[in-house]
Design a protein around this ligand. Structure first.
Ligand SMILES: [Zn+2]
Length: 247
């Protein structure tokens, strides 16, 4: 016999009640305004313009940062905007990547880090992870970034500088992990996919973009030519590396 403590279903927090009110407002006020959009999305299905892998941090909202509408962004969020390297073991991030590239045919993948990231802060203070073994294990996918910062950050750098450097380096490391996924590698080689690395600065409302040619982050320009992290794993020469039919 299973005995459990009586539950008080009236003890829903006031902040959660606000969420429920939000649903009511969406259904009653927002949805009617966008009814045609949702009907079209149901009829035509989704054709998102990009996959965005960002942190689960509640302050980082990909759709808000990019001003995207429903159906425009395929989003995968987790602690630290991490992309585990491809492995035989199945995983949620790997599945989202494969589905976005193969089934949805997205032509752009964005890895978006952010300032004041708790996951990056925890990496710098491992003792804070003692009670969170799963988080600690997950953040191992960022150890390469941590090692790069430990080796390259000046000795006199402040904790804030190290935190920022780690968040930036982590984006680059996760982009490199992306390349290990077969669907990504194939699309890059075919020239049908571009990788982007972004850093959302909460305090300024600005986005920095990783320029793969320059090897560092630059402010996102206002024009329609944002810097890209990677176009092809072989500098666009993948097709030339293959033998031609005549050879
Ligand atoms: Zn974060």
């Amino acid at each position: 016999m299973i005995v459990s403590a009586p539950q008080d279903f009236s003890a829903v927090s006031s902040s959660f009640r606000e969420m429920a009110k939000g649903i009511s407002k969406f259904s009653g006020e927002v949805f009617p305004h966008d009814r045609a959009l949702y009907r079209r999305l149901v009829h035509d299905g989704q054709k998102p313009r990009a996959l965005m892998i960002s942190c689960a941090d509640s302050r980082v909202i990909p759709e808000m940062i990019t001003q995207s509408q429903p159906g425009e962004l395929f989003v995968c969020r987790n602690a630290g905007n991490i992309v585990p390297p491809f492995a035989q073991m199945n995983g949620g991030v790997s599945s989202a990547i494969e589905y976005a590239v193969v089934a949805l045919g997205v032509r752009d993948i964005v890895v978006c880090g952010h300032s004041d990231c708790g996951a990056m802060g925890a990496l710098l203070k491992p003792q804070s992870l003692e009670a969170m073994p799963n988080v600690a294990a997950w953040l191992r996918h960022s150890h390469a970034a941590e090692q790069v910062v430990a080796k390259t950050c000046p000795a006199g750098a402040s904790d804030a500088d190290r935190h920022r450097a780690l968040a930036l380096e982590n984006v680059v490391v996760q982009i490199n992990h992306l390349r290990t996924h077969p669907s990504v590698a194939a699309a890059l080689a075919a020239g049908t996919l571009t990788l982007h690395g972004w850093m959302f600065e909460l305090e300024h409302g600005q986005v920095l973009a990783y320029d793969g040619e320059l090897g560092h982050f630059v402010p996102m320009p206002d024009d329609d030519a944002p810097p890209v992290a990677a176009v092809s794993p072989r500098d666009g020469s993948a097709k030339h590396a293959l033998p031609t039919a005549a050879e």
